[in-house]
Design a protein around this ligand. Structure first.
Ligand SMILES: Cc1cc2nc3c(=O)[nH]c(=O)nc-3n(C[C@H](O)[C@H](O)[C@H](O)COP(=O)(O)OP(=O)(O)OC[C@H]3O[C@@H](n4cnc5c(N)ncnc54)[C@H](O)[C@@H]3O)c2cc1C
Length: 467
């Protein structure tokens, strides 16, 4: 999404843009799995801060709303704790509504606790928007800490999310809810910056959104926008290196002639990399298992909210297990269920379950997702957990497809299939010391997720224009 967004912006500024993509399609982590009339979004099931993509579409042609049907997710989430004894439904984009829902589920005072944390998230956003998100990262120009001591105290760069959440929130289930924003972003709440608190603030303030037909439609229409603007796509074309013969960028070297390019190099004055790298600053970033379930329809499917979080018996223990150095496939993780109403054929239901898991590999904190039996036994664990948490599906299962971090690594090249989904995680500078070389995407400033990739693209397009 970072690469597509910057391609569209630069093409609009009359640059001659070529996208080299090692895979067959485009969209990277945001794609679709289509089979037998089912279409599952693979990657983000929902997104927030649509202003980032509204700005992109408006500045490159027709408005986002003219290209896709944005749908607010209401309730944003059904949270199920204690094996169904506590159920909370959070209304979309209402501070008072969220506070009332927390009071109802966890007892009087919980809503006020949450609001105090959201006030903190709001203050952090106020500082970070102008001092971090809207400022490109350039090694030649270290960013000044805007605003001085007061802003420093607001963002608290020395503090991590867990102690912040524990200082504001008394109920362990509410703490687990706050920590989800780190875990979902691939970050350990004990090490993630306290500024992760801006994520629930953004979701609550600007709403949670999906797209009719699936969130992957945004990647599809962005690809179409690029084509309309004259961007040339070279699929199956892997870039091996950036060519810098005379100390400045003069092109890219291809790993081999692919279907898209019968040449071994492409000349260019500017190269923007959206290439996942490991050195994102948070080496323990986790991965995601997705289980797409093609089901026969059941009577209570109709009333099911779009997103359900099924918490484990001990939610606080999840991060410890997920980010342990001797990691294993988790035995009792939180399940995040997406139940779109428009992804299945007549008489059927399409669900996607996402589970945060250790990334793929054989080193510390990694799990070898390709080792014999790991994939099938984890699929059984997820199906069994769904049944134990009140949603048995095996009797109505037509087929299912499991995607592990190893599959994601093969599809996108992201090391270990680790998802840096957080727009507060920072990363590579947008402008490198080599003239003409820039970085966008999840491993670049201001970080990952659809927000980070989209904001980084705006920053890089601006930098290229200035060069
Ligand atoms: C299951 C899942 C759930 C997620 N949930 C959320 C969510 O709820 N909210 C959210 O905001 N984000 C979420 N994310 C993260 C979000 O999808 C990503 O952060 C974002 O899409 C990353 O975009 P990107 O442009 O940085 O990189 P990528 O999507 O990784 O794209 C990089 C592209 O570059 C190509 N490539 C790599 N190396 C080369 C090379 N050498 N030569 C040529 N091409 C190359 C790859 O094939 C890929 O297409 C989720 C991700 C996953 C997998």
């Amino acid at each position: 999404m970072g690469g597509l967004a910057v391609a569209a912006r630069l093409a609009r500024k009359r640059h001659d843009v070529t996208v080299c993509e090692s895979g067959a399609g485009s969209g990277g982590m945001l794609g679709a799995v289509s089979r037998d009339g089912f279409t599952f979004t693979s990657g983000p099931g929902a997104f927030t801060l649509p202003a980032v993509y509204r700005d992109l579409f408006l500045k490159t042609g027709a408005a986002l709303e003219d290209c896709v049907d944005l749908v607010p997710v209401d309730p944003t989430t059904r949270c199920v704790y204690d094996r169904g004894d506590t159920v909370l439904e959070l209304p979309n984009a209402t501070r008072a509504g969220a506070a009332a829902a927390f009071d109802g589920a966890f007892g009087a005072g919980s809503g006020a606790d949450w609001n105090r944390l959201m006030d903190r998230g709001a203050a952090m956003w106020g500082v970070m928007r102008t001092a971090f998100f809207e400022v490109p990262s350039e090694p030649a120009k270290p960013r000044r800490a805007a605003g001085g001591l007061k802003d420093f105290r607001t963002t608290m760069p020395w503090r991590t999310l867990r102690p912040l959440a524990r200082a504001y929130l008394r109920d362990p289930r509410l703490r687990a809810f706050a920590e989800r924003y780190a875990v979902d972003a691939g970050l350990d709440p004990r090490r993630a910056p306290a500024t992760v608190a801006v994520l629930p603030y953004l979701e609550q303030t600007f709403g949670l959104w999906t797209v009719r037909g699936g969130v992957h439609r945004i990647a599809e229409v962005l690809h179409e926008r690029c084509v309309d603007l004259g961007v040339k796509f070279l699929p199956d074309t892997e870039v091996a290196d950036v060519s810098t013969a005379a100390g400045a960028v003069d092109g890219v070297l291809l790993a081999g002639p692919g279907h898209g390019a019968e040449v071994s190099r492409i000349d260019a004055d500017v190269v923007v990399m959206d290439r996942p790298r490991e050195e994102g600053g948070y080496p323990s970033a986790s991965g995601v298992v997705e289980l797409h379930l093609a089901l026969d329809a059941a009577p209570d499917d109709a009333g099911r909210p779009y997103r359900t979080l099924l918490f484990p018996d001990d939610p606080a223990a999840e991060a410890e297990a997920l980010f342990a150095t001797d990691a294993k496939p988790p035995a009792d993780p939180t399940l995040c269920l997406y139940a779109p109403s428009d992804a299945a054929p007549e008489g059927a239901t399409a669900w996607t379950v996402q589970v945060r898991v250790p990334a793929h590999g054989t080193g510390r904190g990694r799990v070898d997702w390709d080792a014999p039996g790991v994939r099938t036994s984890f699929q059984d664990i997820v199906l069994d957990l769904l049944a134990r948490r009140g949603l048995p599906v095996t009797d109505r299962l037509r087929w299912c497809e499991l995607r592990t971090p190893a599959d994601l690594e093969r599809a996108t090249g992201v090391p270990g299939g680790a998802v840096f989904a957080s727009p507060v995680a920072g990363g590579q500078p947008n402008r490198s010391p080599v003239p003409g070389l820039y970085s966008v995407g999840a491993s670049a400033h201001p970080g990952g997720g659809l927000i980070g990739a989209g904001m980084g693209a705006a920053l890089v397009a601006e930098l290229v224009g200035r060069a």
